[in-house]
Design a protein around this ligand. Structure first.
Ligand SMILES: [Mn+2]
Length: 362
């Protein structure tokens, strides 16, 4: 899932498209309601894409995960199959590079070509779009599943009830006059698998299973994909050991907290941590309601939060300027001070636990 931090776009401010949204109270950044007319909006987006004569630029969020890349590849491949002029300016993380064919993606665009339809996938916050500016787009389509999405764009399909943007991409391809192939279905299923934690996460529902069933029927080699998605570089296991060695259980064990410091990364040779799944190693501590992973960067500390009801990871992260989903969210605190970040996060976790009467002394 997409974890964003900077919120240059805020309700009440004029967006790049000149739309002024109504002033709203601080936590109005969260709106977990789905776009009301799903079928109508999907149809309108499919028709707009299918009839678009000019260039189409497909983008997703910075630091793309399996859902961002998978959704973008699915939509881009479908549109190319329709003969569209499609650009996919994306940086592909090493662990997902197996999905991408040579020449399929390109370097970031400085400016959009004249008459561009910009198709934005899995991006809650316009400021977190990677690969292209939004200025100068002739038309903007916004397809996403984050409750913290500001509903930007000329057509916005925002469905927080969907486990992955890839589920929306699947419906979009169904609505286009294009035949499913394994090349379309494989990245699409990747998005469903990564955002549901291979059907373990709280967002997993009948729709996710149904979409996966269809995609496997469209030719995905499931055994190979599932195996490949679980490969990790050897250094990852060393990083996991470093992270687990820092495990603490504050609030009487209702929170599980671990961290990856720059020092720890240096000890293991500066391994990449593109996968966000160290958090999965601490989220099932018995008795915990919330898991927090802090990752120290040169200029910031990245926070990943997972929660189980009634605790909201989304509420904790929005309070720190971040966003995401109710059970899984993230934030980025400026500055590399790990002690300060830890204290800040613990205070927010404490507030959220207290809100539900879950602090040990409550
Ligand atoms: Mn997603």
């Amino acid at each position: 899932m997409e974890l964003f931090a900077s919120r240059r776009f805020r309700p009440g401010r004029a967006s790049s498209r000149g739309i002024v949204l109504p002033m709203t109270p601080p936590n109005a950044a969260i709106d977990n309601r789905d776009t009301p007319d799903y079928d109508g909006t999907l149809r309108a987006i499919a028709d707009r894409l299918a009839s678009w004569e000019g260039p189409i630029v497909v983008v997703a969020h910075v630091d793309p995960d399996g859902d961002a890349l998978g959704s973008a590849l699915t939509v881009a491949r479908a549109l190319r199959a329709l003969g569209k002029d499609v650009t996919l300016p994306m940086e592909v993380p090493d662990y997902l590079a197996f999905l991408v064919e040579d020449g399929e993606t390109s370097a970031p665009l400085e400016a959009l070509p004249e008459g561009t339809l910009l198709c934005v996938l899995d991006v809650a916050d316009e400021a977190r779009i990677a690969g292209a500016p939004t200025d100068g787009a002739a038309f903007v389509v916004n397809v996403d599943h984050h409750g913290t999405n500001a509903r930007f764009g000329d057509l916005a399909l925002v469905t927080p009830s969907a486990a992955a943007t890839a589920i929306l991409a699947k419906d979009l391809v169904d609505a286009l006059p294009v035949a499913w192939t394994a090349d379309l279905a494989t990245p699409c299923l990747t998005g469903v698998l990564t955002d549901t934690g291979t059907f373990r996460n709280a967002n997993t529902d009948a729709r996710a299973f149904a979409v996966a069933q269809d995609l496997v029927a469209h030719g995905v080699d499931y055994a190979a994909l599932s195996d490949r998605l679980q490969w990790r570089p050897p250094a990852y296991l060393k990083m996991l050991a470093e992270a687990l060695a820092t495990l603490r259980l504050p609030f009487g064990g209702r929170c599980a907290m671990a961290e990856v410091s720059l020092a720890a990364k240096a000890r293991i040779g500066g391994a990449k941590d593109e996968n966000d799944d160290v958090i999965d190693a601490i989220r099932y501590v018995e008795g915990s309601y919330v898991a927090v992973l802090l990752k120290q960067k040169e200029d910031a500390v990245k926070i990943s939060v997972r929660s189980r009801p009634p605790v909201s990871a989304q509420a904790i992260c929005v309070a720190m300027g971040g966003g995401g989903h109710v059970p899984a969210a993230g934030a980025k605190l400026e500055g590399s001070d790990l002690d300060a970040a830890r204290a800040r996060v613990e205070a927010e976790v404490g507030r959220e636990l207290a809100r539900h009467g879950l602090t040990p002394d409550a």
